[in-house]
Design a binder for this molecule. Structure first.
Ligand code: PHE
Length: 347
C-alpha cells in the first residue's frame, strides 16, 4: 500500500503541474481527493490491514492527501495570478491616444443678438409675445391702418399664400400689436421677436426672410417722452453708454406721429459730433438708421379693441440683422444664412 500511495502522489503532482487552468485543477481535485476519488479508494483497503499497520498507513495517506491539496492550491493560485497578469497586459488602455472631440454647438449670431435685445426689454418690465408667420390681411395691413389700396403697402412687397387672397407671410412684426391687444386688456408692455418676409431679392443687405423685434407699450398715460426714454436706454445698453439717439420725422400708417430713429455711429470714436469722414459704416454722417417708431395710431388701438380716448401707446420695430451686422462690424448679412461653420464659429 505504501507503493500505491507513493505512485498516487507522484501521478497527482505531475498532473497538477501540467494543469492549464482553474477547471483542470478542479477536475484533478475531484479525481484524487473527491469522495469517490482514488485516495479514498485506497483508504477503503485500510480495514484489511493489521491493527499495527493501520495507524502508520493512515498517517502516510493523510500526508499524501495534504501534499496533493497543497500542490493543487499552489498551482491554482499561480494560474490565477497568470490570468490576471495576462488580462492587465492585454486590456491595457493607452491613455496617450488623443480623445474623441465632441463638437460643441453654439448659439447662432443672429439669435445671440435677438436674445440680447429681448433681455434688455425684459429687464425693463416688458414680456415676450409672439405671433404667427402666416398672417391674414387684417393683422398685417388692414387693422394696422393700411387702407386696401394704400401705396404704403407697396413698400412691404408681400408673399401671398395659396388658399385665398387673405393669407400672406407677415411683412413685419407689427401684426402682433393687434394680436396682443385683442387677447388682453391694457396696460401692456411687450417685446416681440420674430421672422418676417418680403419679396426682396437677396443682396448684401437684404434677404426675403429676415428678423425683427417689435416693442410696444400701452397704458393710460404713455407719451412720446416714454418712447424716447426707453429707446435711449435701449441704445446705450446695446451699443454702449456713449451712444446717442436722434429722431427724424417719418411716416407709418400705424403710428402718428412717426419717426425714424438713428443711433450715433458705433464705429466712429467721436460720433456724432466729429465722425470720421471716411467711415464706411456711417459714410461720414455720424449716424446710423436703426428703426422705425411712433405713437400707436388711434385707428390701430381701436382695431385692437382698445379705446383711444383712454389709452395710448408707443411702438417701434427694428431689424435684428442690421443690429447684428453693426455689432460685429459686418457689411453683409449673407453669412447669417449660409450655414458656413467657418463664419458661424467666430461668434
Ligand atoms: N413695422 C415697421 C416696419 O417693419 C416698423 C415699425 C414698427 C414702425 C413699429 C413703427 C412702429 O418697417
Amino acid at each position: 500500500m505504501d507503493a500505491e500511495l507513493a505512485q498516487l502522489r507522484a501521478a497527482a503532482t505531475a498532473e497538477v503541474a501540467a494543469a492549464a487552468d482553474a477547471e483542470a485543477i478542479e477536475a484533478i481535485r475531484l479525481r484524487y481527493l473527491g469522495r469517490k476519488g482514488s485516495l479514498n479508494q485506497i483508504l477503503r483497503g485500510l480495514g484489511r490491514l493489521s491493527a499495527e499497520e493501520r495507524p502508520r498507513l493512515g498517517a502516510v495517506a493523510n500526508e499524501v492527501k495534504e501534499a496533493i491539496a497543497g500542490a493543487l492550491d499552489a498551482r491554482g493560485a499561480a494560474l490565477a495570478h497568470e490570468a490576471m497578469a495576462r488580462a492587465l497586459a492585454e486590456e491595457r488602455i493607452d491613455v496617450t491616444l488623443p480623445g474623441r472631440r465632441r463638437p460643441q454647438g453654439r448659439v447662432h449670431p443672429l439669435r445671440q443678438t435677438e436674445d440680447d435685445i429681448v433681455d434688455i426689454f425684459l429687464s425693463m418690465g416688458f414680456s415676450v409675445a409672439e405671433g404667427p408667420e402666416i398672417e391674414d390681411d387684417f393683422h398685417n395691413f388692414e387693422g394696422l391702418n393700411f387702407p386696401p389700396d394704400h401705396p404704403a403697402r407697396d413698400s412691404q412687397d408681400t408673399f401671398f399664400v395659396e388658399g385665398g387672397p387673405d393669407l400672406l407671410l407677415r411683412t413685419h412684426t407689427s401684426p402682433v400689436q393687434l394680436r396682443v391687444m385683442r387677447s388682453q386688456p391694457p396696460p401692456v408692455r411687450a417685446v416681440v421677436p420674430g421672422t418676417v418676409y418680403r419679396r426682396d431679392d437677396l443682396d448684401a443687405t437684404h434677404s426675403p426672410m429676415f428678423q425683427q423685434v417689435e416693442v410696444f407699450m400701452i397704458d393710460d398715460r404713455v407719451t412720446f417722452a416714454d418712447l424716447k426714454g426707453v429707446l435711449a436706454e435701449f441704445a446705450r445698453r446695446l451699443f454702449g453708454p456713449q451712444t446717442r439717439v436722434r429722431f427724424r420725422s417719418s411716416f407709418f400708417p400705424f403710428t402718428e406721429p412717426s419717426a425714424e430713429v438713428d443711433v450715433s455711429c458705433v464705429r466712429c470714436p467721436n460720433a456724432p459730433a466729429a465722425p470720421d469722414a471716411d467711415c464706411r459704416v456711417c459714410k461720414g454722417s455720424g449716424w446710423l438708421e436703426i428703426l422705425g417708431a411712433g405713437m400707436i395710431h388711434p385707428n390701430v388701438l381701436r382695431a385692437g379693441g382698445y379705446d383711444p380716448e383712454t389709452v395710448r401707446g408707443f411702438a417701434f420695430g427694428l431689424g435684428t440683422e442690421r443690429v447684428a451686422m453693426l455689432r460685429h462690424g459686418l457689411d453683409e448679412l449673407r453669412g447669417f444664412y449660409d450655414n458656413d461653420l467657418r463664419f458661424l464659429e467666430q461668434f
